[in-house]
Structures are given as C-alpha cells and as structure tokens.
Ligand binder design. Structure first.
Ligand code: SF4
Ligand code: SF4
Length: 425
C-alpha cells in the first residue's frame, strides 16, 4: 500500500451509504450491540458534530474513545470509507477542546508529551525501567502480588509495562551497516521510540535479516518517534512536530525504501503524505517518504527474500496486527514468511484479524474493555495448541504476552523477523 489518498474529511463522511456491512466485524459493536458503538453509528455522530446539530458531548467523547481505531470496519466497507481518518480527527477535536476527563488528559499528556515527546526522555524512561528491573523490585512486586492490595487493575497494568532492553538499539548500532553479501540496494530503518528501548532484540533481528538479504541499512541517529500514537490519540500537533523532524532527518540520506518492523509505525509513516497535505513546505517530501515506506514483511516478500534453510520444528500461529491487516492490507506476506521456514507447522488462528485489545494506549485508558477483547483472543489462541504466536506490532506483542501469562498458556510471542533470523541460522 502506498500513501493513503488525500480526501477531505467531509468527502469521507459522505461516502458512507449506511449499509451496515461493517457492524459484524466491529469488536465494540459486538460487545454492546448498540448502534452508537458501531462504525455506522459513530459516523452518524461525527456527521452531527460536523454539521453543528450536536456538540462534543460526553456521549460523543465516550464513543470516540470506546472505538479501538482497529479499522476492521474499513476492511469490510464496500464503499471504501476511510473510517480511521474520521475517528482520529474526532479525537483531535476532542483533545483540542479539552473535553476528556482530567485523568485521561493527564495520562495522555504524560505518556505522549512527556515520555514520547523527546527521544532523550523516552530513553530516560527506558533507563528508569532498567534500574527498576535490575534492582529486583519489579520482579518482587510482580511475584508478591502486592499491588492487588490497592487494586487488581494496578497489578495488571504493572504486568503490561514493557521491559527495558539490555542495550537500547540505537546506542549500540552504527548509523550505516553494510550488507553481508552482494549489495542489492540501500534501505533506511526506523528505530522508533518504545521499540528502540524495549524491543532492541527485534530491531537487531530485522537489521540482520535485511543485511543477509543484501541490503545496506541506514539508521539515522537523529530520527525520533514517528508520532503514530500521538496521531491516533488526537495529538496532531505533536504528531506533526515529530514527523517534521523525521522528514528533515531522513531527507538527508539516500535510500530506496524506508523499512519498518512495527505495524503501527509503518501505517503512520504511510499517512505522512496526508498529515502534511496542506503544508507547502513539507507536502511533497511527506508524500515521497510515505511512498517509500514499507512494512518489513511486505518489503521482504516484494524483493524476493533469501529462502531460510534451517528447519524449526514448532507449531506456529499468526495474529494479524490491526494496523498491518486493516490499515495496510498486509496479511499474506507475514504468512508467506512463516510458511517459507522448513519444519514449521503453521496453523491459522481463528478470528486472527479481531483486535487483541491493545490498540495503542487502549489497554491503559480502557482497561476493562481491553480485557474483554483479550479474553476472546486468548480463547482462540488456546484452540490452536501453537507453541509460538507470531505478530508484527509491539503493542500486540505486549498484550499477547500479558494474556498468555494471565490465562496460563504455554506460548512464546515472536516477531516474523525473529523467526526468520532463527531460520537463517
Ligand atoms: S460498511 Fe461502510 S458504507 Fe456501510 S455502513 Fe459501514 S462505513 Fe458505512
Ligand atoms: S475502528 Fe474498530 S472498533 Fe472502531 S468502529 Fe471500526 S471496527 Fe469498530
């Protein structure tokens, strides 16, 4: 998928023909069976706000936040309504009018602005996590269940915290890495925010897989968080600020493709063109970068990846991250990568495209709802008897890890590139 077509919000809103084909695939509608919790119902609410017949009421705020922004409705929609654009703009209006409850505004401000607003502070948070883990306090608190004395939810949210990587990815890696064989091209690589401090091992696997496939990898040191969590949560100002910095930084390098190993981030980079549509300085550069952006699973299949030869004798299933399958329409490529590995017994996960409830910050801001989606996902996972569940997004990765622990399954959560690197030996 290339950059999303630039359409005015009004045009998108009027594309909806109210057919209702999106209702059966909507996880929130399937919880309540209330029209206002469905894509069609939410589009009606957004139109009412747009034409001035309704204000940013508490009901409106509640429905926009109850939505997972999973975009399953986009996949089902015969009229091609880009629902994600609508809900994200509604969230922007809500944020700008400060209509959310105070505790939510504080939480979003702290996470999106204080922690993810600068790379230095994200790393500071990562160092805090490292110290917390190295002191033994984190494990002691987890194992003693002491937080349940205050609240079960606090205990669960503590378990959902990402773990810090031993070394942050961009602290240890060179800015330019040569391919390990004959050169096929040059790719840029996004180190991101949470991936950089908590999933350094996945990034290392991704880079090694790219080098093994003949690509020089450029990892600009000055790049920052892509802004996807900000954009999805209504903080468009910060999303644009971060995106501008990335456009400036990546613009100083020559590369054939920008390769990304986090579904939420690759989806958002493909939206940079739309984000800067009205900006004379950045519009064309943003479209150019969006068009060069590839999720790593998509890229490897497009270029014809080296066949893995080391057999892995494991039973594997695959969970589709929403921002990969629904936003980017990438579902076959990760399966193709898994199936290419000799020895693997691949089993389809029932309802693999149903959101796991992670949805960016959703499992923190709407913990109870998130757990309902997670339980459904875990029941499906248990039915596969798989030893490994593969997924390509950090939010899903953490949510599935938490669910596996909570529901007592015996399963490892693995990124497609990690599995591939194992099979490259
Ligand atoms: S499927 Fe598309 S056109 Fe039909 S109601 Fe849902 S959003 Fe509207
Ligand atoms: S994005 Fe997901 S939760 Fe929101 S309306 Fe669409 S299908 Fe439902």
């Amino acid at each position: 998928m290339n950059a999303i077509d630039i359409k005015s919000l009004d045009a998108v809103l009027h594309q909806c023909i109210h057919c209702g084909m999106c209702l059966p695939v909507c996880p929130t509608y399937n919880l309540t069976f209330q029209e206002q919790s469905s894509p069609r119902g939410r589009i009606r609410l957004i139109r009412s706000v747009q034409d001035g017949t309704m204000g940013l009421t508490d009901e409106f705020v509640e429905e926009m936040n109850f939505c997972l922004d999973c975009q399953a409705c986009q996949t089902a929609c015969p009229a091609g309504v880009q629902y994600g654009v609508l809900v994200e703009d509604a969230r922007r209006q809500i944020a700008e009018a400060k209509k959310e409850p105070l505790h939510l505004r504080f939480l979003k401000y702290f996470f999106l602005r204080v922690i993810l607003g600068s790379k230095r502070r994200t790393k500071l948070f990562g160092r805090f996590l490292k110290l917390y883990e190295a002191s033994g306090l984190r494990d002691a608190i987890e194992q003693s269940n002491i937080l349940t004395l205050f609240s079960e939810k606090l205990h669960a949210k503590h378990l959902l915290l990402p773990r810090a990587s031993g070394e942050f990815f961009d602290d240890e890696i060179a800015e330019v890495l040569a391919p390990t064989g004959p050169k096929r091209g040059t790719v840029a690589f996004l180190s991101g925010c949470i991936m950089n401090v908590s999933f350094a091992d996945v990034h290392r696997d991704a880079v090694e897989v790219l080098r093994t496939n003949g690509f020089e990898v450029v990892i600009p040191k000055l790049q920052v968080c892509c802004g996807s969590l900000h954009g999805h949560n209504g903080d468009v100002v910060m999303a644009k600020k971060l995106a501008q910095k990335n456009l400036d930084v990546f613009g100083t390098f020559e590369f054939d493709a920008l390769v990304i190993d986090s579904a939420g981030c690759s989806a958002f980079l493909k939206e940079y063109g739309m984000l800067f549509a009205d900006d004379p300085k950045y519009a064309s550069r943003a479209v150019e970068l969006s068009n060069k952006t590839k999720d790593i699973t998509e890229f490897l299949v497009d270029v014809g990846m080296r066949a893995p030869t080391k057999p892995l004798k494991v039973r594997v299933t695959y969970h589709d991250a929403c921002h990969l399958v629904h936003t980017q329409k990438i579902s076959e490529q990760p399966r193709q990568i898994i199936r290419s590995i000799p020895g693997i017994e691949f089993v389809e996960l029932p309802e693999s495209t149903w959101c796991c409830g992670s949805a960016g910050m959703y499992n923190v801001t709407r913990f109870d709802d998130s757990m309902k989606f997670l339980e459904r996902k875990m029941n499906n996972l248990a039915s596969t008897n798989a030893e490994i569940v593969v997924t390509a997004n950090p939010g899903c990765h953490l949510q599935l890890q938490y669910g596996i622990r909570k529901f007592g399954l015996n399963m490892e959560v693995v990124h497609p590139v990690t599995l591939l690197r194992r099979a490259y030996g």
